[in-house]
Design a protein around this ligand. Structure first.
Ligand code: PMV
Length: 329
């Protein structure tokens, strides 16, 4: 097999969050979640088989020998056995945005890798089965298999066969929906989302009540998206996000991903709303903030956010497409 497969996948941002696993080995979540795929945060991955006796993983032009490389090798180990235990891969993966800083690089990364693996091993998996494959690299990756607005069903079964992602609305559904990614930190975060969520599940006093409230928000969020009601989508997303970060604060030891600039952006969003500019924030496991809004308000929002001390980069994202094959050589 000398073929090289190139695939591409976009990151996603959860409007109703996934935070915690009921099964850490199979990556089964404690609750369902809902995300929107981000068109401008993209991972491109090349995968080919190699005759060497070990996998060769390169992430952003550097050989990945540490944690990130091990996660990829572990993922390959889970699935390569039926195709020959000696099968080794050369993987070159590039993100066009900061890696490991809470911008869902693992989501786009494992979605692109799952699709590449599917192609190179001729698995012919359905998108649903592909989402279950990606899920076992990083939970949120299952949602990046699809474009548009995507749900990840938590499922009930112990084997995870009913825990998959599915597109609810395609990327063309809400053409003026936008996400602004406000980058304040480009370095890798100190505590991974995997470690932080496990600690939260085990020790946080507010975790169970957040789960219950968040589950009630999910059908309301689907309805709000269906009605293209930005105000409702925004309110639900902010409440869900603040609740998730509260569960981390209530963990032992307490976890905090925010920085002073994170707080300043939240205040700016509220201030913009007072000026009748409809925009809302959400934050994943990192200090960076995503703002949701409609296209017509983009300039005013960017103009305001740009003046905040500590803002390093602003990326505008229309709703993005799902993981796809770029070429086969
Ligand atoms: O898939 P992971 O392990 O990177 O976890 C992602 C968790 C959040 O980004 C904080 C929320 C989510 O639903 O994406």
């Amino acid at each position: 097999m000398t073929k090289t497969i190139t695939t591409c996948a976009n990151a996603n941002i959860a409007l109703i969050k996934y935070w915690g696993k009921r099964d850490e080995t199979l990556f089964l979540p404690t609750k369902s979640s809902l995300s929107v795929t981000l068109s401008s945060l993209t991972t491109t991955t090349k995968i080919s088989s190699t005759t060497k006796n070990q996998d060769e993983i390169t992430i952003n032009a550097k050989r990945a020998r540490g944690k990130a490389g091990k996660k990829i090798i572990h993922f390959l180990d889970l699935f390569r056995r039926p195709y020959g235990t000696a099968l080794r891969f050369k993987i070159i993966t590039e993100n066009n945005f900061p890696t490991g800083a809470g911008l869902a690089s693992s989501a786009s990364g494992f979605a692109a890798l799952a699709l590449g693996f599917n192609q190179i091993c001729h698995l012919r998996l359905s998108p649903r089965a592909l989402s279950m494959l990606a899920r076992q690299g990083s939970g949120s990756a299952c949602r990046s298999i699809f474009g548009g607005f995507v749900i990840w069903h938590k499922g009930k079964h112990l084997d995870g066969q009913d825990s998959f992602a599915e597109q609810l609305f395609p990327e063309s559904f809400w053409p003026d929906f936008r996400i602004l990614v406000v980058v304040i930190q480009e370095q890798e975060k100190k505590i991974s989302s995997r470690e932080a969520m496990n600690l939260t599940v085990k020790t946080s006093s507010s975790y169970q009540s957040w789960i219950e409230e968040s589950e009630k928000r999910l059908p309301l969020m689907i309805k709000a998206i269906k009605e293209k009601n930005l105000e409702k989508v925004g309110e639900l997303a902010e409440t869900d996000c603040l609740g998730m970060h509260q569960t981390m604060h209530d963990a032992h030891p307490s976890i905090n991903y925010w920085q002073p600039t994170t707080q300043a952006i939240i205040e700016a969003v509220k201030e913009l709303r007072e000026q009748k500019i409809h925009c809302y924030f959400t934050i994943d496991a990192g200090p960076n903030v995503k703002i949701i809004y409609k296209r017509q308000d983009q300039e005013k929002i960017i103009e305001y956010v740009r003046t905040i001390k500590g803002v390093k980069k602003i990326i505008t994202c229309p709703v993005g497409t799902g993981a796809h094959l770029i070429n086969t050589q």
